[in-house]
Design a protein around this ligand. Sequence first.
Ligand code: P6P
Length: 335
Amino acid sequence: MESSSEPKPIITVGQHIQESQRAYPTATGDFSWLLDAITLATKIIESNVRQAGIRDVLGGTGLSNVQGELVQKLDRISNDTIVRCLGYRDNVGIMVSEEDDEPIVARDMGERGKYIVLFDPLDGSSNIDVNVSIGTIFSIMQRRADTPKSNAPLSECLQPGMNQVAAGYVVYGSSTVMAYTTGDGVHMFTLDPSFGAYVLTRENVKMPPEGKMYSVNEAYRSTFPEGYQRYLEWAKTKEAGNYSLRYIGSLVADFHRTLLRGGVFLYPPTGQQPQGKLRLLYEANPLAFIAEQAGGAASDGQMRILDKCPDTLHQRTPLILGSKHEVERVLSFVD
Ligand code: P6P
């Protein structure tokens, strides 16, 4: 039994992955090789984020992405960094980025490129210039050999979130924290800048089953479907227990708080975004996988996020994400 005086072991994310893969005799170390590329990319991104004010990386590129959003310089740097780090790993077959219209085929099927990595390289980028927390989100699936050759890469990517083999995020906040799951619990690591490694800080994270906190942009409330408006009315009542509102406007930061403190994050359909604003493949799916692994829940208001079969690569979805009981409470108004 470790006494409190004994120094805690230093377990890096790479060690943790390798140890967890030892439990699977058939594991080939492929996955840790892939996750190593992601951790490397996020360390490079973190370095750019921390020096944004010093290096010429702030501001827009003057370009718009497939979402029609202004691409910030750091968005582009982050995207190129991930593509470069992942492209070098021979087990990555296809990459899907929020910043690129089409899938990037790194290797054809059969050349070992068995994984598909889907990512939002720098979520919340509109907050970059005002020093608010931002994040990277990633989702990992396996390629499907059974897809028709016609448009294989694209159709291989259009898999339901339940097919994910891993998912994670990095939040560049007051500290840089990575959370990931491979379906065996959620584990968190903090980047120690003194030696540039992610060190295990929380293992088997569990989301509180409820929390008197909701996270939504209430500026659009009048255009939410009626059920959401009734939920927000209820949450303000004494009977509900006077919920508080926390909204950073950066999905990864709002989710990270919800994961640790409990509560519910909402991005409902709005007048401007009738399908919701957030993307299914590389935002809702990975965070839903993490939420469920931590005992939470994720729905689009009609169905479980992880059951949704995507039709298009950059498909948007309404999102209700957080503590199990809080998501159920929202659904009781919305259903
Ligand atoms: P709104 C950031 O631009 C983002 O994609 C998410 O990080 C965040 O949750 C959402 O948009 C905020 O959107 O409409 O409230 O500004």
